[in-house]
Design a protein. Structure first.
Length: 540
């Protein structure tokens, strides 16, 4: 009898345990929130929280191993993405991430281990060998895994929702002293700004000399929840700051990074942007706004972004639009989604507002060149190439010398002071600046007698020669090819002596693969062939 009662008790206990599990399974099937897995971390690491939701907004909570609250934020759906930095003194153990509202939640966990002791740190009073400590009143400079980070303590947002941070010269110099130069002798330090729930953006103020040097010796990477902006040390050209200030060299430069809504746009651009992130970048000198613009010192920008399921099927169509002061948009051709960093990255040479967008441009006549369709669609979606009309690309038509130079300069982001014009290139032509840049940089010397012949078609060997020179000008030189790289092509003898080295280098690099057993050096390059080559250059 006693044994029977014990058996019944066990069965009831099992039922009691199974019923909640069944209930949880049923709710999971109808989940309104999904949360991406989070890899294990070390103290000081960046944690990305991303997923999707059917709710209008969700609350993000991160609990420490002792179940106390470490981090909280409110994010908008349907796709959300957030990030924060684990304190250097964070406890080891399992952290829990809860995202949702009331009963509609998703949960993930990740383990945090102590990072090995930093080789050096600086906390405003000198160097020491201890790891960074959270909650310090002074900024601290820490070198971890070969990277140098300036950790800024918490600050409160002002009435406008902006978090103002000022970093003095001693802190920046301490970071640069710790940073190791890269292969080109450039040092990079990261300035990690604090976060606050509900804040609209950040303003960081730096001494002018750290981004107004005569040459590129360092970069300062400003990291915020809105995005990351990497400022080159030569961001300002000689005389720029004096002109902006109106007198002597100013002491302080401020960078503003703000979350924005696509206000002021027409219905179509606003609808295409949707709820994707929009940020505004602005700069001031000693408190006075300035229109920064420097084509010779591009600033790299990275905006955290979690693509939707549809976008993940065609991530190359995720790109960036520039929004001007009148609400008009135009493509930022360098905009790309980087899955490794979970962010959209691009380069800018002026500041304004920038939006993440998903563009799927196509043309009705691509069936005749299916091997080139993807390259044409991606490059058109990014604003690098255009069709002959809004619906037709004409892939089999030859491309002119002017159009090819325009594509080449745009794709590689080339710039030059005082571009040298050709006599037959009118100043009103859309390709005037690009052709002048190419001449100044030594990419083209024209066809003789100060002529470029912009409307003539370009041959394949001419195109390859220009690409080879342009890669040098863009500081992306191709490895030299050899005669045997050309031996697979039955028509290699047709390659002109001036073009042989260029063609061999492009073949060796994989940029050019020929057609079957021929390279067709004397044939006119088609618009389809050009698009494929530009696509490969863009992704190299």
């Amino acid at each position: 009898m006693r044994r029977h009662i014990h058996r019944v008790f066990i069965q009831l206990l099992v039922i009691v345990m199974v019923l909640p599990a069944l209930s949880a399974g049923a709710s999971a099937a109808d989940a309104t929130v999904t949360l991406n897995p989070i890899a294990n971390k070390q103290t000081g690491d960046r944690v990305v929280i991303a997923g999707t939701t059917a709710l209008q907004e969700v609350t993000v909570k991160v609990l420490r191993p002792n179940e106390t609250l470490l981090y909280v934020n409110v994010l908008q759906g349907p796709a959300f993405s957030d990030a924060f930095i684990l304190p250097a003194a964070a406890a080891e153990g399992t952290y829990t991430v809860i995202v949702g509202r009331e009963q509609d939640t998703a949960v993930q966990s990740f383990h945090v281990a102590k990072r090995p002791a930093a080789t050096q740190s600086w906390s405003g009073g000198g160097y020491n060998n201890s790891s960074a400590q959270s909650g310090m009143e002074k900024p601290e400079v820490v070198r971890m895994d070969g990277k140098v980070k300036v950790v800024i303590p918490s600050v409160k947002a002002n009435e406008a929702g902006m978090m103002n941070v000022q970093v003095d010269a001693a802190v920046l110099q301490a970071g640069l002293d710790l940073a190791a130069p890269d292969s080109k002798g450039v040092r990079t330090i990261e300035v990690q700004l604090p976060e606050e729930q509900g804040a609209k953006g950040h303003v960081i103020t730096l001494p002018a000399e750290f981004i107004a040097a005569a040459s590129l010796a360092h970069r300062i990477q400003v990291s915020t929840s809105e995005g990351t902006v990497t400022l080159p040390g030569n961001m300002f050209r000689s005389g720029d700051l004096e002109r902006y200030a109106g007198s002597a060299l100013p002491l302080q430069i401020s960078l503003s990074i703000r979350k924005m809504n696509p206000v002021g746009l027409t219905a179509s651009p606003a609808a295409e942007i949707g709820n994707r992130p929009v940020i505004s970048l602005a700069m001031s000198v000693d408190g006075r706004d300035i229109p920064w613009n420097n084509p010779f010192a591009p600033v790299t920008v990275s905006i955290p972004y979690q693509p939707s399921a549809v976008e993940l099927q065609a991530v190359e169509h995720i790109t960036v639009w520039h929004i001007d002061s009148n609400g008009h948009t135009r493509p930022v051709t360098s905009g790309k989604y980087n899955p490794e960093h979970g962010a959209v990255q691009f380069r800018v040479t002026h500041f304004s507002s920038f939006a993440v967008v998903f563009v799927q441009k196509t043309f009705a006549d691509l069936a005749s060149s299916p091997w080139a369709a993807k390259a044409i669609e991606v490059m058109a979606s990014k604003g690098v190439i255009n069709g002959m009309s809004s619906t037709a690309y004409h892939p089999k038509e030859a491309i002119t010398r002017a159009d090819f130079i325009q594509l080449l300069v745009t794709t590689l982001g080339l710039a030059a002071d005082a571009p040298k014009p050709f006599a037959d290139v009118p100043s009103t032509a859309y390709y005037y600046e690009a052709v002048g840049i190419a001449r100044t940089l030594g990419i083209t010397t024209g066809t003789g007698s100060n002529a470029f012949k912009p409307k003539e078609f370009i041959t394949r060997q001419e195109m390859m020669t220009l690409i080879f020179r342009a890669m040098d000008a863009a500081d992306k030189p191709l490895a030299a090819g050899m005669e045997q790289d050309l031996s697979a092509f039955g028509d290699s003898a047709e390659i002109a002596p001036y073009a042989r080295d260029s063609v061999a280098a492009l073949v060796k690099s994989g940029l050019v693969q020929g057609t079957g057993e021929a390279i067709h050096p004397l044939a006119n390059a088609t618009r389809a062939e050009t698009a494929v080559l530009i696509y490969r250059l863009y992704n190299k």
